[in-house]
Design a protein around this ligand. Sequence first.
Ligand SMILES: [Zn+2]
Length: 347
Amino acid sequence: MLPEIPILMEQYRALLEILPEQHPEYPNMLTYYRRQEAGRKGEDSLCYYLEQAQVPSLHLLNGLRLEHPSSFQLDWLVLGLGFRAIFEVKSHTGEIYFDAKSHQLTRTIAGVTEGFDDPLLQVDRQYAKMRTFLSDHVIYQLPTYRFVVFVNRNVILRLHDYPEYKRVLTAQQVPSILEALAEQHPPVISEEANQAIAHFLVNNHRERMASILEKHHILWDDLIKGVPCPNCSRRSMNRTRMRWQCEYCDTRSTDAHLPVLYYLALLTGNQLTKRLVQSFLQIESGEATRKLITRAGYVKFGVKKGVYYSHPYILAATKNESGHKSQKSGHKTIESGHKIYKSGHEI
Ligand SMILES: [Zn+2]
């Protein structure tokens, strides 16, 4: 399953919800989150151009992440009947220049020049891993083209000395590139086979989940406890007669704890313990806490002191589902005939 929003991004969003703004790491976390958001936005913006390509039976996969032989993630993978293409998306602005002498790409913005890794090397490495993945799973190989796409309109590419300048594109070039490739490579596999391959890849998608608290040296005790009011956002609601009650605005709620449970699931690597939940919901009864977790649909694992609970959606996104039946069925085909696997849905 490809989740609607990358789990890693959801983790940072969850952290920002319960990390006090005065915390020394708060500005850093905000920067992390915004950077991911910008990357995601860049990938989204390429979708429009991919859809413009007048090529029948394309499957478009956004953010596919596989863990074999080692993990790798593709911003966009296009599966055609006679060819495939990988697009690495860059959202840089400013002037991108290739220095033929140093063999380095540099970016200049507001008079400041910085070097960055050659994105084509990056996409070529991803391709090498994908090739291994496909051959280990006995999936038919097709000629696979690798591109880097600069999606920001405010970018100026000065790459005439770059040996592979033809593989560095602006978003506007993408539809005609795909059309040219389709013309060059007539269908080799059937539509059914292509669809089966797309499903197989999506079912093998493994979302990345990081221990972000550990990574940034943030303690559980640093985080804000209590259930915020869904109406006035103030903390903490009181639990009385099986409901949450806000003492400021008198709002009553039966499910105000759900966002808190979800934040905790994201921050614990999807392993909620009753004790942790109890301390964050600030309720006295352990048994009441357990009921709130299970009624919220969390899945129980382990026994006795090793019991933990997992959110089913995060579980589906992070666990290998190969061997299971595909969760999705019944595709909606869009006008161009492409099937897009983005945000967890085929649209
Ligand atoms: Zn309130």
